[in-house]
Design a protein around this ligand. Sequence first.
Ligand SMILES: NC(=O)c1ccc[n+]([C@@H]2O[C@H](COP(=O)([O-])OP(=O)(O)OC[C@H]3O[C@@H](n4cnc5c(N)ncnc54)[C@H](O)[C@@H]3O)[C@@H](O)[C@H]2O)c1
Length: 340
Amino acid sequence: MTTLHIHGNLGSCPVYIGERSQSLESLLKGRSTILVTDTTVQGLHAGRFPHLPILAIGTGEGIKCLSTVEQLYRQLSDLQADRSTVLVGVGGGIVCDLTGFVAATYLRGVPFAFVPTTLLAQVDAAIGGKNGVNLDGYKNLIGTFRQPEFILCDPSFLETLPADELRNGFAEIIKAAAIADGSLFGLIAERHSEIQRCDAELLQNVMTAAVAVKVSIVNRDETEQSERRLLNFGHTLGHALERVFGIRHGEAVAIGMIIAADLSVRRGLLAKEECELLRKVIAKYGFPTDLPVGSRDRLVDAMGKDKKRAGRKIHMILLKSLGHAADVELDMHDLGSLLP
Ligand SMILES: NC(=O)c1ccc[n+]([C@@H]2O[C@H](COP(=O)([O-])OP(=O)(O)OC[C@H]3O[C@@H](n4cnc5c(N)ncnc54)[C@H](O)[C@@H]3O)[C@@H](O)[C@H]2O)c1
């Protein structure tokens, strides 16, 4: 087991990687607690939960919205949750985002913790204190910054995770390596077969290194004023691809990373060979590497409507090498020229 620490202005948070979920009870120290999960995780793993009240939401990105938040507020009120009640989100990124948002706002804030159960949530969504919900199909338009009390990552949850969901997590691991850890990139390039077979020791090392990338960036820029934007590598285009074509998050981010790396080469920032290596590794993890046919104009349009954009500028994360990223501000006029 490895423990990494988030030390933010918003709170401190240990991340226990490789801890057994059975430790949850002792981490809660007998405090009044309500678990939030989704129906799939409840069906598969309820036997591992401590005997505590459970609120189960449905599944799918559509559930990450204000009406689910309202439903959870009402259920908490019915259960007479007070300011000392701890909410624990046990599930994927959707459960974690919703639980964190509800906990940050119910009674102006109650304590919360996460037990992430997808690879994506264990290496990314649960880490860093960003919690939020979607509005009108736009992702994470409403949200808060608040650190959980702890994050318990038990890799044994991944044994029941479908292959496509596992792959979404691999996309985020590739991203973390590409922006900030060249040696992690070397490892995931070289040992891709064992990693995808979930070799326990190797996967835990890879997860720890990916979480370390996020933790160290969050520790320097908790509220995304500057460096934290690097974590959006592949996501500016990826979110637009997801919204317009309904493709899976990991696939959208994979294509987004390749387009951003291509642009990095065209701008003279990244060596062509490194861009090709990134493309090869992305393909080895089973992701598509090209834009869907006929998508260019719709994508430019969708990015133009990005509600999180500040004025006429858009931030794109480009690569200087595999392991080093740069935040480049582009004018919306230049958007069309970004795409191949
Ligand atoms: N807050 C952040 O910083 C941050 C960062 C990245 C992503 N996110 C958010 O995370 C969300 C995506 O998270 P996700 O990929 O975990 O999706 P998810 O929460 O929808 O989980 C994916 C699916 O896997 C199921 N599942 C969960 N654990 C399982 C297990 N152990 N075995 C079998 N099935 C299991 C879920 O029921 C769901 O159907 C998005 O909404 C995204 O915006 C947030």
